[in-house]
Design a protein around this ligand. Sequence first.
Ligand code: SAH
Ligand code: SF4
Length: 353
Amino acid sequence: MFESKINLLDLHRDNLRNFLFSLGAKSFVTEQIMQWIYHHSCTDFNKMFNISIKIRNQLYKKSIIFSSKFIEERISSDGTIKWITDINNQKIETVYIPEKKRSTLCVSSQIGCPLTCHFCATGQKNFQRNLKVSEIISQIWQANNILKKKNIANRITNIVFMGMGEPLLNLNNVVSALKIILDEYGFNLSKRRVTLSTSGIVPALEKLKNMIDVCLAISLHAPNDYIRNLIMPINKKYNIHSLLNAAKEYLKSSFANRGGITIEYVMLNKINDSNDNAEQLSDLLKNIPSKINLIPWNPFPGSSFLCSNIDRINTFANILRKKGFTVIIRKNRGQDINAACGQLTGKKINTIK
Ligand code: SAH
Ligand code: SF4
């Protein structure tokens, strides 16, 4: 019976409205229900006093508001929190990253990732499946509730799709979740505070521009196809040229990316970190408004890569800065709890209190 009910966390506003119409509800009930769910964290139809009893009864019969649960939690010495959700015995991870002026949540879009980038722990794990809209939304919904209850933050202010999985391989569900995230009756975040990171599924990126406008981060990680082919198998299907072209097209119609897109570049010792590589990267990006995020590589067991040393990273950054690029060297957050970029594998941690 439970299975046959519709989970309202799977529905963005238009879909929720259609569902409510099918129950005989008026249009404005959609916004009322969304407010109960997303602004008041209410999952009990009985408490929704401004909804008629008749519609509440219908809702009770045909639907549920079901959030998957964080079952484990680990808190880093720097305040980063990693949560694990168990979905039918499969694990996904969500990471909260506190900063001075922001509360960022890094969400997962798939269980595992089929793209097997060699430097990424998630990619070494068996891919299971795409997450449903409700499973993406549950991560944010629960994080908001927990942070508020523990008095850590009032609410999440920024969301990055940089957890497990490749969001563009789960395009429709990710876009529906993004709609709820941006909706004023949903999580109500500005498009400039929501970032989708992709390794470059070009046809999906081309579709995305007609679906939603959010900040784009491209996991480039190499200054040429030779190196990218070695570390990211997806590059053999969609090469750098086609990826950057699709990113440029996305930029053209985007307000969220007015300051340019983010280029992510993981620093791998003696693989992609030479002065020549920095020069090549600057040539590649010279016509693309972008800021470059250099990410010190985070180790994980069984991997033979090494992170470039800090002097090398600084030299690499300075070459790009001299060419006029904005370069940020990303801080490693939550490394002590394996919550840093590319360390998410869904292994067991502490049980939640
Ligand atoms: N699949 C998407 C989003 C998740 S990965 C993507 O690849 O963009 C988030 C970021 O962490 C990506 O830029 C990814 O390349 C990077 N990353 C993966 N493994 C890493 C590691 N071990 N150390 C540092 N960054 C890593
Ligand atoms: Fe997947 Fe992104 Fe990891 Fe590549 S870097 S394996 S695309 S999660």
